[in-house]
Design a protein around this ligand. Sequence first.
Ligand code: URA
Length: 209
Amino acid sequence: MGKLFICDHPLIQHKLTYIRDENTNTKDFRELVDEVATLMAYEITRDIPLESVKVRTPVAEANGKMISGRMLGLIPILRAGLGMVDGILKLLPAAKVGHVGLYRDPETLQPVEYYVKLPTDVQQRELIVIDPMLATGGSAIMAIEALKKRGCSQIKLMCLIAAPEGVKAVQEAHPDIDIYVAAVDDYLNDHGYIIPGLGDAGDRLFGTK
Ligand code: URA
């Protein structure tokens, strides 16, 4: 079973409270999501392997560590996932970015793929699928499926807030995937909103409400 990591660093939790606040305007919301994404990038990369290197300081030779050339890819799920990309790229500037677009079929209510554009070497990359709100889990499950179908195997999922229902659904569908969240909230309401959550992440990020 994939692990669930709750990123409980005080800075993340402090900023998340402002993000939740209905009085936070679009500009501040966007900046705070960006900052939390940077802090979560720090947590999600905790296990990336290092290799030993030598470096000359002005006075002597030193043994140092460097990230061992691991190639990363960020896969935001459109559209709310876009809000976390720049924040992660601040720490991982060499990462490539692929996009997955899904819409909900009005009849079946199931997510349907409408856009997938990935780096050409995506199979060699360690991927972070990004979706701020893990609600039913349907979109994340389908985005991960889209990646696995194309030969990707090293995948993590990063979300701001998850509903317990979403965590369970992803863990059942993809037991190999670790999930990183800033909070797990109480439940999903009948309209598919996470409670207490933060409302509609896409609308709040892009000011479309
Ligand atoms: N998507 C959102 O943006 N918010 C929710 O609460 C659930 C899904």
